[in-house]
Design a protein around this ligand. Sequence first.
Ligand code: FMN
Length: 196
Amino acid sequence: MIEAMEQRRSIRAYEDRPVSRELLEEILRAGTLAPSSKNRQPWRFVVVTGQAKAEMLAVMKAGLEREKTAPLLSDSRQHLAGAERTWEIMGEAPAVIFVVNALGLDLYASLTPEERIFELCNVQSIGAAVENMSLAAVELGLGSLWIGDHFFAYQELRDWLGAEGEVSAALAVGYAAEDPPPRPRKSVESVTEWRT
Ligand SMILES: Cc1cc2nc3c(=O)[nH]c(=O)nc-3n(C[C@H](O)[C@H](O)[C@H](O)COP(=O)(O)O)c2cc1C
């Protein structure tokens, strides 16, 4: 598994080649093996492939366009061009798995400390599931991209997905058409304090 961690890259170019349902199911199973706070397993998955992908892309595009004139994330407008690039990558990938936090609280809710802790724990559980899936993809000879740019089209995608809770992430999956070098990492020393 450490080997898969070393090999994993965010893949932003995909071959025009479908991924079998069996492989996608294997990736989803890896997601469900993740640990979760109080074993709540808050994840729900919506796998978008084939014809449905064009529909999803149109919905997301509408959100990205709306963001230009009526932004919900006005403080993040410098990242909008990046989100358009992510949208293109999602178009290239043969499958996009949306990861829904079924227990997720409203994006605009003001939370009590307990609600915030509940949210933080569920979001960590979701993150563990996404990481499991991205590592499983490596082991299955596939590439993936963990996506947060869907938040620019959050309302549109949430409605289209018919999701209860929060659409926490998307994972684009496909056969990699690039072999990027490792991206820089902070050293263990620079991010660790030892207390003995
Ligand atoms: C929560 C999260 C959201 C991300 N969202 C995006 C995204 O929307 N578009 C994108 O191209 N990359 C996205 N990434 C990928 C990161 O840019 C990438 O993991 C980072 O630059 C390190 O590169 P590596 O994954 O190849 O090691 C996201 C990663 C995470 C964990």
